[in-house]
Design a protein around this ligand. Structure first.
Ligand code: COA
Length: 336
């Protein structure tokens, strides 16, 4: 039976580490407030001369090497980001040029913090359908250039960081459904009624005569807007629900899963999900303390870290869930 499996992982974070106390110099905040409310201690910020696709390239090269293939074996790229190099074309085009891989199809997708799960679902479908053998998924974010780093933007700017994660999804023939490595299923959701609860209005065509103007800048509409408490409540509820949905679709129990990778927005969100689902803490891999929220990069970045630490190994059954702006949410289960 033709299925898809994850054959390689890679990640990259820019070298500059920004601690909570560094943010105290930019805005009225404190290490104590950030740590208590979110669990975040540090995040990485890229330098001025680095763009999103530079981060994506570093992660992609590692993932391709880790998959044991040549870059020429990649037959599609799916690039998940909300902080791309240019407004258009998609950042995947810039990555493709840097990788010197002409002619293969590229998608950019904008599903916020759920971007990786959506990309995984698309890659799985394209591989299963038969025409594609090795699809590169990249989740990369350069949020530090998109944040209001004054006190006005402190509720959001302390949360986000820069980084990239990549995986290679390859075709596989499975004979043993219980033990062979493959993607079991993916589950995707959106509720656009909450689109304005976590968004960045400008540049955009819904706001008047010009998609970008001094008026929009003066109103601060080029910075993200977030209703933190609404996001928090829905993130806990929807990530919990979608993990249950994913287990049920595969006739699995919580204890069958070896490792859980949740989106990393706030340690309190993940603690609440873990408690509701009664998951032992050692099965949940968190990175929010050191990277903050890296949006679409979060899950592949975390998985690669766990692999490097020896906590994520071949043969393990993995569940992953994410929640983000849109609102979007989703989950996946796969054996590595
Ligand atoms: N430093 C210091 N004070 C801050 C601050 C900061 N960085 N950001 C906000 N505050 C202040 C506010 O101005 C407000 O002050 P006021 O009470 O005097 O008006 C107060 O802190 C808000 O505190 P509280 O209501 O207790 O915040 P919270 O417990 O809701 O925590 C978040 C705020 C953002 C940490 C929390 O709502 C959250 O994590 N939400 C989910 C965010 C998320 O996951 N986003 C991404 C989803 S993919």
């Amino acid at each position: 039976m033709r299925r898809s499996k994850i054959t390689g992982m890679g990640s990259y974070v820019p070298p500059r580490v920004v601690a909570n106390i560094d943010l105290e110099k930019l805005m009225d905040t404190s290490d104590e407030w950030i740590t208590q409310r979110t669990g975040i201690k540090t995040r990485h910020w890229a330098s001025d001369d680095v763009g999103n696709s530079d981060l994506g390239l570093e992660a992609s090269n590692i993932a391709i090497e880790n998959a044991g293939i040549k870059k020429e074996d990649i037959d599609m790229i799916i690039y998940a980001t909300i902080s791309g190099d240019y407004d258009f074309p998609g950042t995947g085009c810039f990555l493709q040029a840097k990788m010197e891989l002409p002619d293969i199809p590229i998608f950019d997708i904008k599903q916020q913090c759920t971007g990786f799960i959506y990309a995984l679902s698309m890659a799985d479908m394209y591989v299963r359908q038969g025409d594609f053998k090795n699809i590169l998924i990249v989740g990369a974010e350069l949020q530090s250039k998109a944040l209001d780093k004054s006190t006005k933007g402190r509720d959001i700017s302390v949360l986000f960081g820069d980084g990239a994660g990549a995986v290679v999804v390859s075709a596989t023939d499975i004979n043993d459904e219980k033990n062979d490595p493959y993607i079991y299923s993916t589950h995707l959701h959106t509720n656009g009624q909450f689109a304005d609860k976590l968004c960045c209005p400008a540049p955009g065509t819904a706001l008047g005569p010009e998609r970008m103007s001094q008026t929009l800048i003066d109103k601060g509409l080029h910075f993200p807007v977030m209703h933190g408490k609404v996001v928090f409540v829905h993130a806990v509820k929807k990530m919990t629900e979608t993990i249950c949905e994913c287990l049920s679709a595969n006739n699995l129990k919580m204890e069958d899963i070896d490792m859980f990778f949740f989106h990393q927005a706030n340690m309190r969100i993940n603690d609440a999900v873990g408690e509701k689902l009664e998951i032992p803490a050692e099965k949940i891999f968190n990175t929010v303390q050191k990277y903050g929220n890296t949006t679409a990069a979060t899950i592949p970045l975390g998985m690669h870290d766990a692999m490097k630490e020896g906590k994520l190994k071949e043969g393990m059954l993995v569940a992953t869930a994410a929640f983000g702006g849109g609102f979007t949410w989703g989950s996946a289960i796969f054996r590595l």
